[in-house]
Design a protein around this ligand. Structure first.
Ligand code: NAD
Ligand code: LMR
Length: 325
């Protein structure tokens, strides 16, 4: 057995956190031979609820669970963390855009970045889930100057998985047979789910679906899926979000499959003309615990306009939080 990996989770008593704790402790994220220590962080009003989660984790007697820390102190929760899942933040309600949460949630991520900078493993892999996820990740990263910028990512894997599901339903293909899906940009309604490079059971996806469905059904459905879940459930996606967070970290740590890639929001480096300064979702492959942006994909005029729109929104969000960077 390997040494235990320390996984910090903020908002661990919330809807997503509750799912994450059990699935990670069951081995879904780091594999069946990797023990974990869960370092669960909450705010004081949720302290009792967090103790309840820890009690249930103990009661499940999960073989891979080698320790539980519950705390309301960031430095205790992030101490030596190898993986940090920053989930704790307010979810949006009906009729809100995710950017509407920026003023309230943005201020959570500066102190968390500072604490990670001070006490986490130098190799800590950070995934921001709390919305607006890309810009919150930027805030955390800017406040952690001693950690490599590439350790900070935000979640667009849920959008990626949603896009697989929509195309699977439309074409009657199982989603595991669909490869090279890409979500570009922001985890918001300007995100761009791109079918141009997708291989659907050996065929080019754009040859299988008509343009009208792609532009007027697929793209808006994926962009608005979060809002549709809130409308249906009365609460934002939780189990699917936790599942996608697990996919994101699993692939980052253990590597992506063959010639497939995944969507990860990572610090822009000039690839595809997206200048540094924002956390932007790109197609990425992962190997040896490092992500790499897939290079050289053709971007046609239609796609370019959508990349520009989502980049513009991210730069506006950045401007709105300049004082926190
Ligand atoms: N990126 C994505 O794809 C995606 C998907 C779904 C949800 N989300 C976002 O994830 C966040 C959490 O969603 P949820 O459904 O679990 O919400 P929730 O309200 O059920 O849980 C949030 C938890 O975070 C805690 N919390 C708040 N501030 C905190 C802080 N400063 N430090 C530590 N904990 C804190 C709360 O006490 C609560 O227990 C929301 O912002 C939501 O919009 C993102
Ligand atoms: O849409 C939301 O506000 C929650 C989450 O970001 C989602 O995509 O489901």
């Amino acid at each position: 057995m390997n040494n235990p990996v320390r996984v910090a989770i903020t908002g661990a008593a919330g809807q997503i956190g509750y799912q994450l704790c059990f699935r990670i402790a069951a081995g879904d994220m780091l594999g069946p031979n990797q023990p974990v220590i869960l370092q669960l962080i909450e705010i004081p009003p949720a302290k009792d609820a967090l103790e309840g989660v820890a009690m249930e984790l103990e009661d499940a007697a999960l073989p891979l669970l080698h320790g539980i820390v519950t705390t309301t102190e960031l430095d205790e929760g992030f101490k030596d963390a190898d993986v940090a899942l920053l989930v704790g933040a307010k979810p949006r309600g009906k009729g809100m855009e995710r950017a509407d949460l920026l003023a309230e949630n943005g201020k959570i991520f500066g102190p968390q970045g500072k604490s990670l900078n001070a006490v986490a493993s130098r190799d800590v892999k950070v995934l921001v889930v709390g919305n607006p996820a890309n810009t919150n990740a930027l805030i955390a990263q800017a406040n952690a100057p001693d950690l490599p910028a590439e350790n900070f990512t935000a979640m667009t894997r849920l959008d990626h998985n949603r896009a697989l599901a929509q195309l699977a339903n439309k074409t009657g293909t199982h989603h595991t047979r669909i490869k090279q899906m890409t979500i570009w940009g922001n985890h918001s309604s300007t995100q761009y789910p791109d079918l141009h490079h997708v291989n659907c059971d050996g065929k080019t996806a754009t040859d299988l679906v008509d343009r009208d469905w792609y532009e007027n059904d697929f793209i808006p459905t994926v962009q608005q899926r979060g809002a549709a879940i809130i409308k249906a459930r009365g609460a934002s996606s939780a189990a699917s979000a936790a599942s996608s967070a697990i996919d994101h970290i699993r692939d980052w740590v253990l590597g992506t499959d063959g010639d497939d890639w995944v969507s990860m929001a990572v610090p822009a480096d000039g690839s595809y003309g997206i200048e540094p300064g924002v956390i932007f979702s790109f197609p990425c492959t992962c190997e040896d615990g490092q992500w790499k942006i897939v290079q050289g994909l053709d971007i046609n005029e239609f796609s370019q306009a959508r990349l520009d729109a989502t980049d513009k929104e991210l730069r506006e969000e950045r401007q709105a939080v300049e004082s926190l960077l």
